[in-house]
Design a protein around this ligand. Structure first.
Ligand SMILES: [Zn+2]
Length: 347
């Protein structure tokens, strides 16, 4: 990914701890002969919502009733998955594994998925939830304020909602809720992401594994990690139209300044189809970028003709650097740097 957010603690973090409490309670009950529902499974902080919200009560009880009927191996998996649910960083760097819904008995997996889905999508819209946790948009604003990221952190191509927007940017569940439900309400798994990345490219792709058999793990960038790297683009096999400096065809290769992050970079490129998306834009827009460059170097005078300004190619590239994250500047910059050796125009 291109940028990471700074994690901001919020009241919402608590909600996941309350579910961990619930899973611990039902797991420890399962070590006894008792199988009855008990309101003491509910953390005192979740109690006000639990008391008011019939749907939540139903879903929690459905998890419990399916859980008590499942195998002890299944129960242990659920317990460990709940304990690991907020450790997104260790999952991203493959130190620990996350539990896929498919690795549980179907009834338990579905009941748990339904619970988290409800708690993420519907519960925040209830009055009781809002009275305790506020609006989700406040969570987004705190994140946005802390990091000042303006563009989608994955593609860098689309802006994310400004600080004063009345609607929040859509969050991607970095580990997909449909596959890895235990991270469904973990705030470290929420990443403000553009719709194109989220819905058209990542969707519910299994970011955990390289292969459909789910045997080879892959490293992922942790969206709240503190890395220090820059990505640059190399354009290879360029077919350039010399009349308007349009790139008709090229291949894009992403370089990361920190080679120890190559696995994370590869996962990012693969999941979000980064190279193809950048290539498509470069091939579509590069002739316009050359026109913009020409406009930068010339000035229209009163009689309608153009005169040269003292500005140079390097001035233009500098002007792109200062606006690195907006207006596809990083793509333009790599376009100019990569075609410079192929033409005499910039000499
Ligand atoms: Zn994006």
């Amino acid at each position: 990914m291109r940028q990471q957010f700074v994690f901001k603690s919020s009241k919402l973090d608590d909600l996941n701890n309350q579910l961990i409490f619930f899973f611990e309670a039902i797991y420890f009950q399962s070590l006894t002969a008792d199988v009855a529902w008990n309101d003491n499974f509910i953390h005192y902080k979740l109690k006000p919502i639990y008391d008011k919200c019939t749907k939540l009560r139903t879903l929690l009880k459905a998890v419990h009733s399916n859980f008590v009927l499942s195998s002890s191996n299944n129960k242990l998996k659920v317990y460990n998955a709940a304990l690991n649910s907020s450790n997104i960083e260790a999952i991203c760097n493959t130190t620990i594994n996350s539990l896929n819904k498919k690795d549980l008995s179907q009834n338990v997996g579905n009941a748990i998925h339904d619970l988290y889905k409800y708690m993420y999508y519907q519960l925040p819209q209830t009055k009781i939830f809002k009275s305790i946790y506020g609006e989700l948009i406040d969570h987004y604003k705190a994140l946005k304020n802390a990091t000042r990221i303006k563009m989608c952190p994955f593609c860098g191509l689309e802006p994310i909602k400004p600080l004063k927007s009345k609607v929040k940017q859509t969050y991607d569940h970095y580990l997909a809720l449909s596959e890895y439900p235990f991270h469904g309400i973990c705030t470290k798994n929420y990443v403000p992401t553009c719709r194109t990345c989220n819905e058209d490219y990542k969707h519910s792709k299994d970011s955990h594994y390289l292969n459909p058999q789910r045997t080879i793990r892959r490293k992922l960038f942790y969206p709240y990690g503190t890395y220090n790297y820059q990505v640059t683009l190399n354009l290879l096999n360029i077919s350039l139209d010399n009349t308007n400096l349009k790139i008709n065809n090229c291949n894009v290769s992403v370089n990361c300044s920190d080679s120890t992050l190559q696995n994370e970079v590869n996962s990012w490129i693969d999941i979000y189809e980064i190279n193809t998306r950048y290539k498509n834009i470069i091939e579509d827009d590069s002739d316009n970028w050359y026109v913009e460059f020409f406009d930068f170097l010339t000035l229209k005078v009163n009689d309608g003709t153009y005169v040269s300004t003292p500005l140079t190619y390097n001035d233009y590239l500098d002007s792109l650097s200062v606006q690195e994250s907006t207006n596809n500047s990083f793509l333009k910059k790599s376009y100019f740097e990569n075609i410079r050796p192929l033409t005499t125009v910039f000499n």
